[in-house]
Design a protein around this ligand. Sequence first.
Ligand code: NOJ
Length: 739
Amino acid sequence: MPVNICQQLNNANDLDKASYVSSLLSQMTLKEKIGQMSQFNNDDDNLERSIKMGNVGSVINEVNIDTINKLQSIATQESRLGIPLLIGRDVIHGFNVIFPIPLGQAAAWSTELVETCAKIAAIESSNNGINWTFAPMIDISRDPRWGRIAESLGEDPYLCSALGVAMVKGFQGKNLSDNTSIAACAKHFAGYGASESGRDYNTTNIPENELRNVYLPPFKAVADAGVSTFMASFSDLNGVPVTGNSWLLNDILRDEWSYNGLVVSDWESIPQLVTHGFCEDEKFAAFEACHAGIDMEMASKTYAVNLPLLIQESKISIKQIDTMVSRLLALKFDLGLFKNSFTDPNNREEHLNNAHLSIAKEAASKSCVLLKNNNQILPLCKTKISSMAVIGPLADDGYEQLGTWVFDANIDSSIACLQAIKNYVGDLVDVNYAKGLNTSRSNNQEGFKEATKIALTADVAVMIVGEEAILSGEAHCRSSINLPGCQEQLIDAIYKTGTPIVLVIMAGRPITLEKVLPNVDAVLFAWHPGTMGGPAITELLFGEACPSGKLPVTFPRNVGQIPLYYGQKNTGRPASDATFVDINSIEVRAPQTSLGMTSTHLDTHFSPLFPFGFGLSYTQFEYTNINVNMHSVSMGESVEISATLCNIGKIDAEEIVQLYIRDLVGSVTRPVKELKGFQRIYLSAGQSKNVVFNVHTDELAFYNRQMKLNTEPGLFNAWIGSNSATELKVGFGVILASE
Ligand code: NOJ
């Protein structure tokens, strides 16, 4: 077999990246360059032939290790150049072992845990020959109707940035060329989470200042942390679809941020520029996407068909193409693919091993949020109850608890709650089970009879309800976000039996719970917890573990409140309890000015049902003594903000301590609260600790009217507490260094 060009370069020994890439580029034909810019789906009829001809730079969705090795061998040995392939896959929250959905992982508020979950996903997927994942998804998500909120890290720029960076570190490891590292992808750049009415793929209109202060920070953070790739969003941003948005992709990403990694389109988003009504045909779409700097086209063939023509007509220059192809080759170099693209099928550890499963259990446990616990009904004690009813459509379903994006999950290993509860209580407690409803969407109440029958004789009813996996995720949006089907009626029926109810909710988004809340004694919100959901929830229910998760997103009372998030602006007429008017108290023909004149709805309270950062524990934590080490901090220095945290309950537990600030006056208005720090602190019962946060004045910066990142001198408030509604506050000032 003749030695191909990559083999020659490899033999030339240890060329540095720049020399390798430019030598290779200098020997490529235009067709081969455009080939590198094309990602094929694995079901493409001409895949192998196209690879051989040098027309493919990447393959998406192939997970069979033998097939991947075969494709890599065609690429590296049978094509003229021998360039290996990027093998892409949506490894979103685990590969074979599934961790909680990203929104659930975010509820654990733990960068270490998120990094470890991503590391395990990277190990498992790279063992299969995958070298590129399309995660993390770091779209700020403030609309729970949007199905993709499940994939997100929540509503807050600070939390999302910290966890996004952790995920990138987990996927990419210390060195991208390590066998178990895979390239990460920051998506969907940018603003996708603002899809109007929470409907997927919908228009987004985001003022530049809001874009820079809220939606872009997580992307900037992962770019600075070295994420290898970015994905352009499907969405239309302020009238210019992102796939053709040169301002966002060139001016901001490349020029302002100096980002030099690869940018991939989303699935067929280049031809969709025509559907958007932004381009008259696919040729123009290829032109716009190429000018915007989309280096690789996912799934469609707009580039392959049109770029040669556009170059011939001098509408696109070879220089542009070379820059884009260089980025692609550089990534392949960084991944070590030129040295070795073969994955040894014999050199892989068992994926469902104890270490991976135990992290999956820890992640599920730490992501569960205790929303209610009347009279300390939880934790249950297996020696104090003699019978329990386990009820609900999600109680005995290992599949549904995995959530969205689990193409490669090992479903048989997923342990549902019913089995885990039975394993745990053994013969000590009589466990009866009734599904009540066939699915979470079912309106057929035939099963209620059986469910109420077992509840009537039980000491406690544990109801496991929520949303099936298919009700959230891409293109799975809902206009109402209550418990679907007849689940509310099922809860009502069990409530009428008089047996105390512990409600466990598995869902891909916040659920409106105002109606059911009064009828249940406890609520544990478990998101879609993944493979080890059952055991993790069981341990929490029985006090083998203590709930510590906190909401990464606000829970509204009803959909009419959306968008509702803690970092809102104050407005000129903020709502307050003092002026709140209940609709039922309004007199007939009351004068127009009688109603408080503040920013509220008449038919619902202005506050959320549960605020961002909220989550109970089996113990109680007390916060006192908030302090600043100086009342005025000079620009360029740090202020130390501290408070005493005391575990005043009877149980050793972890608390997520949160720091919020408010910039009281800004040249553009600032949110009423902004998260600026968090720490997971373990305290044994009775123990206390001084918790300290250091905040540099740079961390108080925001984009001003001139779109410049700047810290403005003036007064600030700082709060330390257990959620965003905390009132423990201290003030400090930022002064110019010369003052
Ligand atoms: C479309 C989705 O928007 C994106 O998140 C995903 O990575 C790609 N499809 C590939 O499956």
